[in-house]
Design a protein around this ligand. Structure first.
Ligand SMILES: [Zn+2]
Ligand SMILES: [Zn+2]
Length: 136
């Protein structure tokens, strides 16, 4: 809780209980949640919150670079509070999204490619996760 307050303050975000709640849900462990997932969780503490409010809070955090939007699953956006560069793996069998840790490749360290400035780089990998592989 205190950590979340500090981060929001450091980013000049006016703290409201709802904003704090969304941030706490996002930073809980290392989850990749959709706006609907967050909405379902935050409704437990704030029954009157609307999905539109959740979206506007997510947009604010995205603007402040407190979260990344992940589109590994083309049907839905997921939000990730781990903002340092890392890649994702989607299991085709159980639909779970994993963080994967790869050694930095030259493209990750480059600030420009073909004269274009790189702001963000995300790699998406698809296959069968280690848990599903074990079950077979
Ligand atoms: Zn799996
Ligand atoms: Zn991630």
């Amino acid at each position: 809780m205190e950590k979340a307050v500090k981060i929001l303050k450091a980013n000049n975000i006016r703290i409201t209980p709802q904003r704090l709640g969304v941030y706490e849900i996002l930073s809980d462990k290392n989850k990749h949640l959709t706006a609907d997932d967050i909405y379902r969780k935050i409704k437990i503490s704030f029954p009157s919150i609307s999905l539109a409010t959740v979206y506007s809070i997510l947009e604010l955090y995205h603007k402040k670079h407190l979260l990344n939007e992940i589109r590994i699953d083309f049907d839905k956006s997921c939000f990730d509070s781990r903002t340092e560069t890392h890649h994702h793996f989607l299991c085709k069998q159980c639909s779970k999204i994993y963080d994967i840790n790869l050694q930095p490749c030259p493209a990750l360290n480059a600030k420009e490619v073909d004269g274009h400035i790189i702001h963000e780089l995300q790699g998406y990998f698809y296959g069968i996760c280690s848990e599903c592989k074990e079950k077979k």
